[in-house]
Design a protein around this ligand. Sequence first.
Ligand code: HDE
Length: 721
Amino acid sequence: MARALLGHVGTIQFGLLLMATAAQSSHEQNQNLMANDQSKQGMGGEPHQVSGGDDPRLTTNQGLVVSDDQNTLTVGPRGPQALEDFVMREKITHFDHERIPERVVHARGYGAHGYFEPYESAADLTKAAFLQDPKQRTPVFVRFSTVAGRAGSFDTARDVRGFAVKFYTSEGNYDLVGNNIPVFFIQDAIKFPDLIHSVKPAPDRDFPQAQSAHDTFWDFVSLSPESTHMLMWIMSDRAIPRSFRMMDGFGVHTFRMINAKGEAKFVKFHWRPKLGALSLVWDEAVTINGADPDFHRRDLWNSIQAGDFPEWDFCVQEFTEEEAEGFDFDVLDPTKIVPEEIVPLRRLGRMVLDRTVDNFFAETEQVAFCPSHVVPGIDFSNDPLLQGRLFSYLDTQLSRLGSPNFHQIPINQPKCPMQNFQRDGHMQMDVPTGRVANEPNSLDEGSPREDPERGFTSYPAEESGQKLRVRPESFADHYSQARQFYKSMTDPEKRHIAGGFAFELGKCKELKVRKRMLGRLQLVHEELHDAVAKKLGMEGEAEKLEPAAPVLDPDPSPALSQYAGFEGGMQGKKIGLLTTTGVDSQLYNALVEGAKQEGAEVALIAPKAGPIETSRGKELAPDDFLAGAPSALFDCVLVAPSSEGAEALMADPDAVNWVRNAYAHLKVIGVTKEAAPLLDKAQVDPGAKGVLTLRGADDIGQYLKGVAAQHRVWEREEAMS
Ligand code: HDE
């Protein structure tokens, strides 16, 4: 009895204490909410109040104040639990249903808010309101994603990246749901489930995860020659971007733009990042997947939080239907690009991402993109892949978000008037008034009406023909543009493509699939085939394949290379500084200042997690510690310890690997004279390209220049291969 009583008293006191804590935390929550509300211009509608205004008390979902959120209702302190405990049941039931089905593809993604503004009016091309006035900013929400992996997979998988933009325009939401690669694997939507099943983990064993390096994928694509062009891109550096901020984006399909006179042109959409389209090297990507699976989302979050806002130019290639007929490929075929040498880019405006989300689930997970969300002035083409997508996205939201009312979720709400007679359904949030829910009607004069003038009208393209299930003959050339892509690459890019194919096909254990794929590569380019066959030890084993259409030999298109036109620069780069207590404060300050001026960032890495001191006794808090932050996480590195610190680093295998890997990953390496012996220990030639010994703070400028000159030290790779 005494024990039970004690326990009871204890519970009451504990309960009171916790009530105070709960009160405190929900008060803070209120304050956050109020602060957030002020910055809410970007969100659709009013955010749902998760608080009672000035009343800080914790309640159930019905508004009942909770007295104890720590203990379940029991019969006696050590007795059975009472089924009547509705507080506990409500809480657990809600928790049990917290997850919704993840996206069937593009499950892992990360989003941010921002705005779009045109550089000038594009009225000659389109009547879309958001492209008319350079003074008019349109709010946007962007979600970047990988395709194959689950929501909990890692960021730097070799994969296409989704690049989906929702423009909240004054004429309704416009979704440009693109990728960071301008072509696709298949030409017809009916093949999409097979493509995705082939790349996802095998249904019996449920692995491999977030990988295309396995039998089912390569079996499918080697049997689908239309995939060949896309394979070139996906085996290239494009599939391992350095950052979301450093990725191109493409609408992929040919769309139409229509001006106020009703004149239409075909367009291809492009996003061009201000920082350039840059990538990781493969081994870096592999290391980062383990060291920081959130590498890309962390980078986006940190840069926006730091006020270093990612930015892209929005461009189109515009051409008439007659011009398109003169191209030696079909613009309705999504496995083809329109080379920029034939149709140059026109810059329409810029997009800036300047606000992270307040809640990942409410915004990034619940955002619903649909290519069918268009505005007057933008329309579709007959690309069969696009036409299939126009069905799929609305449909998938119904199972993913569970209701046709997904447009009422704040992130999906348009920011212009929205009214119609659609009613009811799961999770109806609106309370439509009045007795009329039909149209036409004469009972409610104020109810919404059609507007033939301002409303969306489809472009009146002439269509006729027989109903058929055939692939157009003009879609039959699967190799010419793949060859053009390969020919347009710099030598390092060519090496990476061959390396990508060899890695993936090496993981593909079915010999007949490898041979078939080698046959396809032979049709793309002998040199590529030879390099891959050599790496696989399968020279002379390619299956002999006949192309369905003659393979052309187009001139290289330099615009396709990421590095041919790269002008260098430090912006957005991350410098890993490995240092110890006693770091030369002058050198440290020069580095931080110099990097800042160039728009770069320094990450301070110390042997241990605790603070270090500079030579002038200033305390510095490391961003990370050596064993937790491999050099793969940085674009370039600098090792600048004190003399004693250098001795400790020499004896630390993590430090030796740090430098050795930085070298292998083609980074510019700087060492102070104290750290120079570490090079020797890491078997790095101090005279090698991109390796610099600094005499002191005065050499920081030279080091930064070396880093800015090129993204990675490609010559070193050539020497190593
Ligand atoms: Fe998608 N795709 N897709 N896709 N796609 C989805 O929609 C689909 C294709 C793309 O961040 C799904 O809401 C079909 C091409 C992005 O929320 C689904 C076909 C391109 C995203 C779907 C394609 C894309 C998706 C899954 C062949 C580049 C993520 C969840 C006809 C132009 C959007 C969802 C986000 C997502 C279907 C091919 C881009 C199932 C049937 C080509 C960026 O509806």
